[in-house]
Structures are given as structure tokens and as C-alpha cells.
Design a binder for this molecule. Structure first.
Ligand SMILES: Cc1ncc(COP(=O)(O)O)c(C=O)c1O
Length: 286
């Protein structure tokens, strides 16, 4: 089945035909922002939340949508791309960059933003993988000071996940000097200690995940105690349970960190419950 791509008003079924200029500022400066939305049963999940975050990211870097487009128009493109793909389970990637202008660092007075959307089939982790949980390595958080903006500048994340994988781990847990454990290279992070869930607070140090926010809402609704606070590596390694959250992974246990097993290498009971609550929530929402 073809991957669907969209570039500035045109849909493509052959992704190699979908092209952007070498002078696009997204390519030259990483001057752009993005979103990734998941579809379940052919329906987008969390659209409003993802689009609100895209809108915020755009505003934070003073980037306009292409002329004549607003957030609703971008949502319509994402929906149409998904419908054209015919994929039931897909990841919809949406990127806005500052367009094609002769290379100069400062934001140009005038430019026409580039909107790119791709839809790729997505196979979620199997139950067997979930039951095994992921192994994560701790690494220094080397990102910039505005991790709250979902920009296409992902070099520090790229280097972290690459290092993790080369060492045989599936995720990197990032630790910011003087701050504490922030999140993972591509997911947010939660720990559980004595029945209390902890996750880093909404701040410039993390990308505030849509999945994270839904999980916090579910914790509140189900009277599961939680705190949004930074914690250090000692607390991470001493946790009863650790799990990550993200659009693709939903709620996924981490059962090994560095060389240490968490909960004897098994998904913990609270992780199991929260994952179940999240799956029910998705089914109710789509
Ligand atoms: C650095 C980082 N943190 C967290 C997340 C999880 O966010 P979401 O739940 O919105 O997918 C992502 C997702 O791409 C990410 O890149």
C-alpha cells in the first residue's frame, strides 16, 4: 500500500515524488515545527490536543502557516491524507517550516511556509514486547533550553537514541545537569514509588506530551496520586515501577535501566492499570 505524502497543496502516493527545495529553512536551519498524530481504526486520536500544541509551537518560533491556512485547514489536510492512505493504524506526520528563501540566519521579512504531511502505516508493539518492557540507558540531556517547543531540531535526541541502540537499549532516559531526570529521547517518563506517580513538570525542560497529559488526567480521575516534579537518578533507580508515554508507545513499561532491573524486570501493577485505563480511553475517544 502506498505511503501518502502532501506538500503545499499537492498529494502524492509515491513519496519519492514529494519534494521540498534545498533552500527550505527547515532543511538548512532546522527552522520548523512538527506533530505526530496516531490513528486507530482509521480515526485520528487526540487531534485537538496535537493541533493546539502545533499552534503553540508555531507561535513560539514566530512561524505562520502557509497563506490562507489556519489550524483547521491543516487538520483537514491530515484527515484527507489519512483517508487517502486507507491505513487503519498510521502515524500522521505534520511539519511546518519557514519556507524557501536565500540562506541567511535571521527570520526573513517575508517567506511562504512549507507544509508537509506524510502518512505511514504503524504497527504497535506486541503484547509480548509490552510484557517484556523496554531497557533504557541514562544519558546526559544535551538539548537546548526550549525542549517545550516541538521543533524539527532533533540532533541531541538523534544522538541519544542512536547511542542507546548501539549499546543494546531501546530508549535513552535524559538527565539534565542541575535539574534532574527530564524525559526520554522520544517519550515522557514516569516513575512510581510507594503508590505515587512522579513525572517532570510542564516546563522548558520537557516536551509536554499529549499522552503524558492524558495519563495525568486519567490518574486524577481514578484517584491515583501523582506529582509533577523533577527527581534525580537515585530516585529513578530506586523506583518501584518506571514507564514511558508517547503517541506510538502509549504507556510502556521500562523494566531495565542501565544494568539494573526495575520491579525484577516485570511491568508493575500500577503501570499495567494505567496502560489499561489509557487503552480504554482511546477506545472511548476515537
Ligand atoms: C522528546 C519527546 N518527549 C515526549 C514525547 C511524547 O509526546 P506525545 O505523547 O505527544 O507523543 C515526544 C514525542 O515525539 C518527544 O519527542
Amino acid at each position: 500500500m502506498p505511503v501518502v505524502a502532501y506538500v503545499d497543496g499537492e498529494f502524492f502516493t509515491d513519496i519519492s515524488q514529494a519534494k521540498v527545495s534545498i533552500e527550505d529553512r527547515g532543511y538548512q536551519f532546522g527552522d520548523g515545527v512538527y506533530e505526530v498524530i496516531r490513528s486507530y481504526d482509521g480515526k485520528l486520536f487526540g487531534t485537538q490536543e496535537h493541533m493546539a500544541r502545533l499552534d503553540r509551537s508555531l507561535k513560539e518560533i514566530e512561524l505562520d502557516l502557509p497563506p490562507g491556512m489556519d489550524i483547521d485547514a491543516v487538520t483537514a489536510v491530515a484527515r484527507e491524507a489519512l483517508a487517502r492512505s486507507t491505513f487503519a493504524s498510521a502515524l500522521i506526520y505534520i511539519q511546518v517550516s519557514r519556507g524557501t528563501v536565500p540562506r541567511d540566519h535571521s527570520i526573513p521579512e517575508e517567506s511562504r511556509s512549507t507544509l508537509v504531511v506524510t502518512v505511514r502505516p504503524f504497527t504497535p508493539a506486541t503484547q509480548e514486547v509490552w510484557e517484556t518492557g523496554l531497557a533504557a540507558i541514562t544519558l546526559p540531556d544535551q538539548r537546548w533550553l526550549r525542549c517545550d517547543i516541538k521543533t524539527v531540531n532533533l540532533l541531541a535526541n538523534v544522538l541519544a537514541i542512536t547511542k542507546a541502540r548501539r549499546m543494546g537499549f531501546q530508549e535513552a532516559i535524559l538527565i539534565r545537569e542541575g535539574v534532574g531526570v527530564t524525559e526520554c529521547s522520544r517519550n515522557n517518563l514516569f516513575i512510581v514509588k510507594d503508590g505515587l506517580c512522579l513525572t517532570a513538570p510542564r516546563s522548558n525542560w520537557i516536551l509536554t506530551g499529549i499522552t503524558r497529559n492524558f495519563v495525568l488526567r486519567l490518574l486524577a480521575e481514578n484517584n491515583i496520586p501523582y506529582e509533577e516534579t523533577f527527581f534525580d537518578k537515585g530516585a529513578l533507580l530506586a523506583a518501584d515501577e518506571v514507564f514511558l508515554t508517547g503517541t506510538g508507545n502509549e504507556v510502556m513499561p521500562i523494566t531495565k535501566i542501565d544494568e539494573q532491573l526495575i520491579n525484577e524486570g516485570q511491568p508493575g501493577p500500577l503501570t499495567r492499570r494505567i496502560a489499561e485505563l489509557f487503552r480504554e480511553f482511546v477506545q472511548k475517544s476515537i
